[in-house]
Design a binder for this molecule. Structure first.
Ligand SMILES: [Zn+2]
Length: 384
C-alpha cells in the first residue's frame, strides 16, 4: 500500500517565515517530517520534491496587482501605505524578504500533490506546508499570502475538469477558499470551525451558503468555544458524509489545521489528539467511497508547534498509509528537540487523559453544536 500516498517535502518549503517571534512557524513542518522519519513511517520513495508555482498559476486566483505588490514587498520596494492596502506589513502578515518566492514554493507543493493524485500516480498526497486558507484574491490575511488551496482547486477545475470538495477543519473559518468559490457550483466547501463570535476571521456562519449558481454549495458548522472531541467529531463526520453524498465530488482536498487542540494558544476549543486521529480516517473513507480514493491533504494552522503539530500531522500521514502509531514517541526525535522545545514534549502519540479540567458547560455546548449541525444538515438536504 506504500505507493498509495506521497509526501511533498523539501527544505525550500521552510522559507515562509515572518519573524523569529511570529506564531506561524514552519519549523513545525520539519518537526513532523523528522518525527515520521525517526518513527520509520516515511520512506525515501514516498517523498516527492515540490516545484515553485508559476506566476500564471498564482494568478488563477490572485489579482496581478497583488502578486506584483507581494514581489515588490519581498524586495523591500513597496510603499507602506500601498502595502497595507494589500494586507501586507500588518501585525498578522508582516513583510519578509523574498516572500513571493517562499509563498510560490508552498503553492507549487500543493500543485505537485494535486498532479500526482489527478494523474493517478498515487491515491493520496500530503502537502503539509500548504493550507493557507485566509489568502484572498487581492489581499493577504491571517498569516496567509497566497491561497494554495484555492489555486489548487481552480487548477484542478481547469486542467482536470474536476468537481472539488474542500473540507476545512482548522479552528478558524476557511474564509479565503469559501469566498473564492462562493458562486461556483462545481466547488463545494465545508468548514467546521470555532464560531466567529470571538475568533478571527469572524465569518463562517451557518447562513453563508453560497450565492447565485453557487447557492447551496457552501456549508459551515461553527462550533462553540470549549468544544471537545466527541462533539467536534460528530459535527465533522455527519456533515462530511452528508455533503459528499449530495455533491459526489471527483476529488477531496482537506485543510488539516490542528489549532482546535486544547493546547493551541490562539483558539478556544478543547479537542485532543483523538480528533486528529479520526479526522483523516473519515476523510479517507469518504474519498474511497466517492472519489476512487483521490484525496489531497494540506496542513494549515497549528501554533503549539511542540506538543501538538508534529504528532497530529504525522498521524495524518500515517492514516493515509494505513498505519496507526501508538505508545512511545521515537526517542531520537525527543532527544533532538527536548532542549529547544518551549514545553515538555509529550512522550506518547496519544494525549494523556486529563490534560484539561472538565468543561463545566459540556452538555450545553454539545447540544448547541448539535442544533447547529442539524441546521447545516437541513441546508445540505435542501441542496440535494
Ligand atoms: Zn487556524
Amino acid at each position: 500500500m506504500k505507493n498509495d500516498s506521497v509526501f511533498v517535502y523539501s527544505s525550500d518549503l521552510l522559507g515562509y517565515k515572518f519573524s523569529e517571534t511570529h506564531p506561524f512557524n514552519q519549523l513545525r513542518v520539519q518537526l513532523a517530517y523528522e518525527l515520521l522519519r525517526d518513527s520509520g513511517c516515511l520512506e525515501d520513495e514516498q517523498i516527492i520534491k515540490p516545484r515553485q508555482a508559476t506566476d500564471e498559476e498564482i494568478m488563477l486566483i490572485h489579482d496581478p496587482g497583488y502578486v506584483e505588490a507581494v514581489k515588490q514587498a519581498g524586495k523591500g520596494q513597496l510603499n507602506r501605505e500601498i502595502a497595507l492596502n494589500y494586507g501586507l506589513g500588518t501585525e498578522d502578515t508582516p513583510i519578509f524578504p523574498n516572500m513571493h518566492e517562499a509563498s510560490s514554493w508552498i503553492v507549487g507543493a500543493t500543485l505537485t500533490a494535486v498532479d500526482h493524485v489527478m494523474e493517478g500516480k498515487s491515491k493520496h498526497a500530503l502537502s503539509l506546508s500548504g493550507g493557507l486558507h485566509h489568502g484572498f484574491r487581492g489581499k493577504a490575511s491571517g498569516f496567509c499570502i497566497y491561497n494554495d488551496s484555492s489555486i489548487a482547486i481552480e487548477y484542478m477545475k481547469r486542467k482536470y475538469k474536476a468537481r472539488v470538495l474542500y473540507v476545512d477543519t482548522d479552528a478558524h473559518h476557511g474564509d479565503g477558499v469559501q469566498w473564492a468559490f462562493y458562486d461556483d457550483p462545481d466547488v463545494c466547501t465545508l468548514s467546521i470551525h470555532e464560531t466567529g463570535r470571538y475568533l478571527f476571521p469572524g465569518t463562517g456562519s451557518i447562513h453563508e451558503k453560497g450565492a447565485g449558481k453557487g447557492y447551496g454549495f457552501s456549508f459551515n458548522v461553527p462550533v462553540d468555544a470549549f468544544t471537545e472531541d466527541e462533539s467536534f467529531l460528530e459535527c465533522y463526520e455527519k456533515s462530511l458524509w452528508e455533503v459528499a453524498e449530495f455533491f459526489k465530488p471527483d476529488v477531496i482536498i482537506t485543510q488539516n489545521g490542528v489549532d482546535a487542540h486544547y493546547y493551541d494558544p490562539l483558539t478556544h476549543l478543547s479537542v485532543t489528539m483523538k480528533t486528529y486521529t479520526e479526522i483523516p480516517r473519515i476523510a479517507k473513507k469518504v474519498a474511497e467511497k466517492y472519489c476512487g480514493g483521490r484525496w489531497i491533504a494540506t496542513g494549515g494552522g497549528g501554533y503549539d508547534i511542540w506538543r501538538v503539530v508534529p504528532r497530529a500531522w504525522s498521524y495524518l500521514w500515517c492514516v493515509m498509509n494505513d498505519q496507526a502509531p501508538s505508545g512511545q514517541i521515537a526517542e531520537n526525535w525527543l532527544k533532538r528537540w527536548t532542549s529547544e522545545a518551549k514545553h515538555p514534549l509529550p512522550p506518547t502519540w496519544e494525549d494523556e487523559s486529563g490534560i484539561y479540567k472538565p468543561i463545566p458547560r459540556k452538555e450545553e455546548i454539545t447540544s448547541k453544536n448539535r442544533a447547529t449541525l442539524e441546521k447545516c444538515l437541513y441546508s445540505i438536504k435542501k441542496s440535494s
